[in-house]
Design a binder for this molecule. Structure first.
Ligand SMILES: Cc1cc2nc3c(=O)[nH]c(=O)nc-3n(C[C@H](O)[C@H](O)[C@H](O)COP(=O)(O)OP(=O)(O)OC[C@H]3O[C@@H](n4cnc5c(N)ncnc54)[C@H](O)[C@@H]3O)c2cc1C
Length: 509
C-alpha cells in the first residue's frame, strides 16, 4: 500500500509481543507498517514463560506455530493462583501451555515480521502525537540529536503498561493500585534442596524457585506488608532479604542475571481507541501476572485488531469497524483483571486465606469448575458479543478436519493467508451467489466435514454446521444449520458488517 505524504499506513509504538504480532497481521493484509521501539536492541529478558492454548491456536491459524513448538515444551501446568487445573479434556489441538521464555517468543515474532516486510526502527521513542482529519503525526526521540517526525493514517500504542501513547492521547487508565510487592530474579541457587518450589506459603507471603535452564533458577517472592515505590529500582539485595524473611534462608543465591519487581495493580484503558490512535496489549490493560495471561491477551488483541485496521486503512470498511475492537476486546481484559484480582486474594497470607484456598481447591475436582477456570485461563471459551442464537457465532471456530476437491485439509489451514473464509460444507448455490459479491476480499471454500458433531469449549458437542463465515481472527461471524435454508440476508448483513459493503453493483440482492 502506501499513500502520498505518509511514511506508513500504520505506525506501531513498541516491539513487544503485541506490537510484533499486530505488525505481522497488518503486513499479511498488505498494509505498510512501521514499528518504532524505544530500546536500542532486545534485552533478552523474559517476563512471561509461555503461551496458552488460544494463543497457540492463533499462531497455528497463521501457519507459524511449528517455529514455536520447535523450541518450547508443551507442558500440562496451568494453574489458578497456584491451584492446578486439568486441561486434558479441552477441545483443542493444543490444550496445554507451551513453555517458552518471552525473549524467544519475541525473537520468533520478529523473524516472522522481517520475512513479511515489517519495518522496525530501534532507538525510536514516541514522545509526541498530533492527530488531524487524515492522519497522525508521531514525534520520535531518536539516537540522533533532533527529534524525527513520522506520519501515518493510524498509530497503535503497543508500548506497554506505562504507555506514552495512552497518556498522550488522553485515554484514562482507571483501576486499583497495588496492595503487595513481588520481586523476581534469575539467579544461581545451589542450596535449593528440591528441584523446584512453587508458591510455598509463609506467614508474610509466598515464594517460588523454578528451574529455568541448567544452573539457573527464577526466584519469586511476594510480600504483603508493604507496597514498593514503582520507580525505585529492584535490587539483588532486596530479593535476597525478602527470600530470607519468607524462607528463612537465601539458598546460597548469587550471580543475578536479572532482577525485577511487579505488583497486583489492575488497570484498564477506558477506551481502546481515540480517533486515529488505538491501544493494545499491556498499554490497554495491566494486572497481577497470575495464571500467565497478559502476553496471551495482548497477542489476541493484535489478532482482533489487525484485519479490521487493514480493511479500514485500505478504505474497504468504514472507520466504525474499529469500534468493534473495543467492544470485543475490552470485556476480555476486564474478565482477566477480575480473575487475577481473585487470584491475588487467594494468594494472600493468613489462616483465613489458607481455609479459602483449601475449599476453593476442593471445588476443582468438579469438571464444571475446572472447565470454567480452564476456559478463562486458556482463552478458549471467549465469545464476542453477538446477535445470534447459533452457538458458534462469536466463538473461535473449532479446528476440524476437512475434505476438499483438492485433498484433505483442516479449518485453521484455510486461515493461513488471514483472509475471511466462507466455508460452505453443503455446496449451497445460495451461499456461493452471496459470496461472489465479496469475492475481492472473502475466500469461498467448498469442503466436507466427516464429523457429525463439532466440539466447542464451554458448550460441548454441537451438530456440524452447513456453512460458516469465519473472520481472519478465527471467530465465527455467521453460521447456517443443516436442514434449514441458509439465511442469506443474515449472511449479507454479516459480510457487510465485518468486511465492508460489497463493491458497487456486486451485491445484487
Ligand atoms: C513476572 C511476570 C511474569 C509474567 N508471566 C506471563 C506469562 O507467563 N504469560 C503471559 O501471557 N504473560 C505474562 N506476563 C505478562 C507479559 O509479560 C506482558 O503482558 C507482555 O509483555 C505484554 O506485551 P506487550 O507487547 O503488550 O508490552 P511489552 O512487552 O511491555 O512491550 C512494550 C514495548 O514498547 C516499548 N516502548 C515503551 N514505550 C515506548 C515508546 N514511547 N516508544 C516506543 N517504544 C516504546 C518497550 O521498550 C517494549 O519493548 C508476565 C509479567 C510479569 C511481570
Amino acid at each position: 500500500m502506501g499513500h502520498a505524504g505518509m511514511d506508513a499506513d500504520v505506525v506501531i509504538a513498541g516491539a513487544g509481543p503485541t506490537g510484533l504480532m499486530l505488525a505481522c497481521e497488518l503486513r499479511l493484509a498488505g498494509v505498510d507498517v512501521l514499528v518504532v521501539e524505544r530500546l536500542p536492541e532486545r534485552t533478552g529478558e523474559s517476563r512471561a514463560g509461555g503461551m496458552h492454548s488460544r494463543t497457540l491456536e492463533v499462531l497455528d491459524q497463521r501457519g507459524v506455530l511449528d517455529r514455536f513448538l520447535a523450541v518450547g515444551e508443551l507442558t500440562p501446568v496451568a494453574h489458578f493462583s497456584g491451584l492446578w487445573l486439568d486441561l486434558d479434556g479441552f477441545e483443542s489441538r493444543y490444550p496445554h501451555p507451551l513453555m517458552l521464555p518471552q525473549s524467544a517468543i519475541e525473537r520468533l515474532l520478529e523473524e516472522w515480521a522481517a520475512e513479511l516486510g515489517v519495518r522496525l526502527r530501534w532507538s525510536a521513542e514516541v514522545s509526541g502525537i498530533r492527530q488531524d482529519g487524515t492522519g497522525v503525526e508521531v514525534e520520535l526521540s531518536t539516537a540522533e540529536a533532533a527529534p524525527a517526525t513520522v506520519r501515518a493514517r493510524y498509530l497503535v500504542g503497543c508500548d506497554g503498561g506505562r504507555s506514552t501513547v495512552r497518556k498522550l492521547s488522553g485515554i484514562g487508565f482507571p483501576g486499583t493500585p497495588a496492595t503487595m510487592t513481588a520481586l523476581l530474579g534469575d539467579v544461581e541457587l545451589p542450596g535449593l534442596p528440591e528441584e523446584y518450589i512453587f508458591m510455598r506459603r509463609c506467614p508474610g507471603g509466598h515464594f517460588s524457585a523454578i528451574a529455568l535452564e541448567p544452573g539457573w533458577h527464577r526466584v519469586f517472592t511476594s510480600e504483603y506488608d508493604h507496597v514498593a515505590d514503582r520507580d525505585e529500582p529492584a535490587t539483588f539485595e532486596q530479593l535476597r532479604e525478602s527470600l530470607i524473611r519468607l524462607a528463612g534462608t537465601d539458598y546460597g543465591m548469587h550471580n543475578p542475571k536479572w532482577i525485577s519487581r511487579f505488583g497486583d495493580a489492575a488497570r484498564q484503558a477506558s477506551q481502546y481507541r481515540a480517533g486515529r490512535v488505538l491501544l493494545a496489549g499491556d498499554a490497554a490493560h495491566i494486572h497481577y501476572p497470575a495464571g500467565g495471561q497478559g502476553l496471551n491477551i495482548g497477542v489476541q488483541d493484535a489478532v482482533n485488531l489487525g484485519w479490521k485496521l487493514a480493511l479500514v486503512a485500505r478504505g474497504q470498511a468504514p472507520e466504525s469497524l474499529l469500534d468493534s475492537y473495543h467492544a470485543e476486546r475490552h470485556p476480555v481484559a476486564e474478565r482477566v483483571l477480575h480473575n487475577t484480582r481473585a487470584q491475588a486474594a487467594l494468594a494472600r497470607p493468613g489462616t483465613q486465606t489458607d481455609a479459602l484456598r483449601e475449599l476453593f481447591g476442593s471445588l476443582l475436582v468438579f469438571d464444571d469448575v475446572n472447565q470454567l477456570l480452564g476456559g478463562m485461563i486458556t482463552g478458549l471459551d471467549i465469545r464476542y458479543p453477538v446477535d445470534s442464537d447459533h452457538p458458534l457465532v462469536g466463538r473461535r471456530v473449532p479446528d476440524v478436519d476437512l475434505k476438499t476437491p483438492d485433498g484433505d485439509t483442516w479449518v485453521y489451514a484455510l486461515l493461513h493467508p488471514a483472509h475471511p473464509v466462507l466455508l460452505d460444507l453443503r455446496g449451497s448455490v445460495e451461499v456461493a451467489a452471496v459470496a461472489d459479491a465479496w469475492a475481492d476480499r472473502v475466500d469461498l471454500v467448498e469442503a466436507r466435514s466427516e464429523d457429525d458433531h463439532w466440539p466447542v469449549p464451554a458448550v460441548g458437542e454441537i451438530p456440524a454446521p452447513a456453512a460458516l463465515l469465519i473472520r481472519p481472527d478465527g471467530h465465527v461471524a455467521w453460521a447456517a444449520t443443516i436442514g434449514s435454508a441458509p439465511d442469506t440476508s443474515g449472511l449479507r448483513g454479516a459480510l457487510a458488517t465485518w468486511f465492508g459493503p460489497a463493491p458497487r453493483g456486486r451485491d445484487i440482492a
